[in-house]
Design a protein around this ligand. Structure first.
Ligand SMILES: Cc1cc2nc3c(=O)[nH]c(=O)nc-3n(C[C@H](O)[C@H](O)[C@H](O)COP(=O)(O)OP(=O)(O)OC[C@H]3O[C@@H](n4cnc5c(N)ncnc54)[C@H](O)[C@@H]3O)c2cc1C
Length: 493
């Protein structure tokens, strides 16, 4: 099939999947008023592939058809730059608000397939083969995935097997000749109503004895026994003027329930290997690829925040004050440091152990991963301090066009804009910093790749300490030669 259009994507969502929202079983997510804004935004991403084919598409190595660049297994630094350019096009379409644009899992599965040898360990050759075939399948059919990698938050102080008597966390309960049977729940699947398939793979380590919880697979959203319970919708059924972001970009988060779901063995990538469950993430270079995608998106969000702050400050004249300039400068600092780290990651890309496959340098990315959950909330806080009460001078389009039109026109004007344009900008700002969607996005940035505390602690654990320690050691005992020319291009292992 090759790269799909938005229309083809929308047709694929009408498949009988079980989605629950606010007590209602949703028959058709593509037409439901609380979903269709997001459906159209994802569809737009598919259309962008055809509007920018030179950036977004490449020739499938198997079918020769044009397929999405973010599925590519990079074989050079240039490939990594191509992938970034495509990620950026998609990120800009939502100003970085849709964290789960298709590239998130496209890059993940390209990574898994590229490093399938790590999955094949301890006799899992068939699982690894399934994974490689599956990656080709989603690439050549342009399928969009959600994933659910964390078990429900019952009691974080005990293991998966001890959550709710062992029945809550997703686990294997049976097997036939051609499938395994799974039961339980997974905590969240963002984009679930708008995805073609659900992927399950490790999000955290597991105890060696908990084999039945160590399962990885991928299945269509309409697989029997699979259901999704959504949180409240934050998608506003109002015009773009009133909620320019909420009306389009609520990518939705849902709990996944597995009620004795049959997973065809051809779709099982791991079954019972508790050691492999940790290794595929820790040793399979996933961090290098996924954080590259995530930080390219985060860069876009910071660029948007800087642009928004500048426009607001310029509209009300507060950018003439030095402390407001300093606040805008702080957002710019975060934006530029992010851009630099992403460039450093691509420039430092390296071939992995003679495999012919390239990975971005994960060190600048890991540093950002620990910091970004603080930076984006900080950027939002700075925007609040820059805009002040202006975010409350935000009557609706109905007010602007109603009986108070002439008063609004006079009293809502700004230094360099009429009332309508001032209100439009501040409503956009409020949708970014204060609406329900904004609150959800704040939580997303803090937790979607675990929390900042554990992310930063992990950086310390995996960091190459050789050179910094040698710098210290030279003054502690016999002189030690410090290799000042070390280029550290091998990445954090
Ligand atoms: C908007 C949003 C969308 C998401 N989308 C997805 C998705 O699509 N797919 C998916 O799989 N997941 C998704 N997640 C879930 C995400 O993976 C988890 O939120 C993340 O792994 C953290 O787990 P938790 O939320 O259960 O928090 P917890 O792990 O319960 O953490 C809560 C607090 O306890 C602390 N804590 C917990 N355990 C420990 C520990 N062992 N040591 C020290 N401190 C600890 C944490 O630091 C934190 O402060 C999403 C989350 C959000 C908020």
């Amino acid at each position: 099939m090759g790269a799909r259009t938005g229309k083809q994507y929308i047709e694929g969502l009408r498949d009988g999947r079980v989605i629950w929202l606010e007590g209602e079983r949703i028959d058709d997510v593509t037409t439901h008023p609380k979903f269709k804004g997001a459906v159209n935004s994802v569809a737009r991403l598919f259309d962008l592939q055809h509007e920018y084919p030179d950036i977004m598409l490449y020739d499938s190595p198997d079918t020769g058809e044009k397929v999405g660049v973010t599925h590519m297994i990079p074989q050079s630094k240039e490939d990594i730059k191509r992938i970034k350019a495509a990620i950026k096009v998609w990120a800009e379409a939502s100003a970085g608000l849709m964290g789960r644009s298709p590239d998130y899992l496209n890059t993940t599965f390209a990574c898994f397939a590229a490093h399938a040898d790590v999955w094949a360990r301890r006799g899992n050759e068939q699982g690894a083969k399934n994974l490689v075939e599956y990656q080709k399948y989603i690439r050549d059919n342009d399928l969009i995935l959600t994933h659910s990698i964390i078990n429900p938050q019952v009691d974080r102080s005990v293991s998966e097997a001890e959550q709710g008597g062992g029945e809550v966390a997703l686990h294997k309960v049976g097997e036939t000749d051609d499938c395994i049977i799974v039961r339980g729940a997974r905590m969240l699947a963002t984009l679930a109503p708008f995805s073609d398939e659900l992927a399950v793979y490790p999000g955290s380590d597991i105890r060696v004895q908990d084999q039945k919880y160590a399962i990885c697979f991928s299945i269509p959203m309409n697989t029997p026994g699979l259901s999704f319970i959504c949180r409240d919708s934050y998608s506003k059924e109002r015009n773009y003027f009133d909620y320019p972001l909420s009306s389009r970009f609520d990518e939705m988060d849902a709990v996944v329930i597995f009620d004795d779901v049959k997973i065809p063995k051809s779709r099982v990538f791991m079954d019972g290997d508790t050691i492999g469950y940790s290794e595929v993430i820790g040793q399979g270079y996933w961090r290098n690829y996924i954080i590259f995608q995530a930080m390219t998106r985060a860069l876009t969000k910071l660029e948007f925040a800087f642009g928004l702050g500048h426009k607001i400050a310029d509209m009300t004249g507060v950018n003439s004050f030095d402390h407001v300039q300093e606040k805008l400068g702080e957002i710019w600092n975060m934006m530029e440091l992010t851009r630099s780290a992403v460039v450093a990651a691509e420039e430092g890309a390296f071939e992995v152990e003679g495999k012919g496959v390239y990975a971005p340098d994960d060190r600048p990315l890991m540093a950002l991963r620990g910091t970004m959950p603080k930076w984006i909330p900080r950027a939002v806080e700075l925007l609040k301090l820059i805009g002040g009460g202006g975010f409350m001078l935000t009557p609706s389009l109905a007010d602007i066009e109603g009986e108070m039109a002439s008063a609004i026109s006079k009293y809502y004007q700004a230094r360099n804009a009429d009332a309508t344009n001032r209100i439009r900008l501040f409503r956009l700002g409020w949708d970014f910093i204060g609406s329900e969607l904004a609150g959800r996005c704040d939580l997303y940035e803090r937790f979607y790749l675990s929390d900042a505390f554990r992310m930063t602690a992990l950086n310390y654990k995996v960091a190459d300490k050789t050179h910094p320690a040698a710098l210290v050691q030279q003054f502690l005992d016999e002189p030690v030669a410090v290799d000042a020319t070390s280029d550290h291009t091998a990445g954090v292992k």
